[in-house]
Design a protein around this ligand. Sequence first.
Ligand code: RP5
Length: 177
Amino acid sequence: MSELTPPSIEVGPVGEPAEPEVPLTLSEPLPQSDVAELDQLDVDPPLVGIVMGSKSDVPAMEAAEKELTERGIRSETRVISAHREPEVVADYARNAKLRGLRVIIAGAGLSAALPGVVAAHTELPVVGVPLTSRTSVAGGLDALLSIAQMPPGVPVACVGVDNARNAAVLAARILAP
Ligand code: RP5
């Protein structure tokens, strides 16, 4: 009968903590590339989002940005269409509060769905600007009614036709402490 040799099992050190892959403290200075990335972070995010349904709305809506800038209120401007890119509008509105925006100004012409769609996706106050365009009905009455006549529960404040400046003044008053 041959002798049985027990198999040799290599056992490593027991109970030693694993080496952390990432240092847990910032005792070392950050690499320059990381510092550059941090510098690019927007520490002063815009407070007012100005959106409009078409590039053709830009001339009328510029007055809102101008008014806010003169008052020292940071804003951002985007052209996003409620009917051409509904998902983009929904994402913008859903993320607006998280990004630090406090008021949204939305300008649109014709059936002017943009302000209402934005209001449906955010709790932020939305100020609508009814705009005239090439094929407006009754001098912009179509857009005025589309914005002012939001059903109960999803309000959109409505300024006068093509009166983007008043939307900015109202936004400033909403932001006033
Ligand atoms: C709306 O339709 C826009 O807000 C604009 O006022 C109007 C006309 O748009 P375009 O045909 O000039 O793109 O969606």
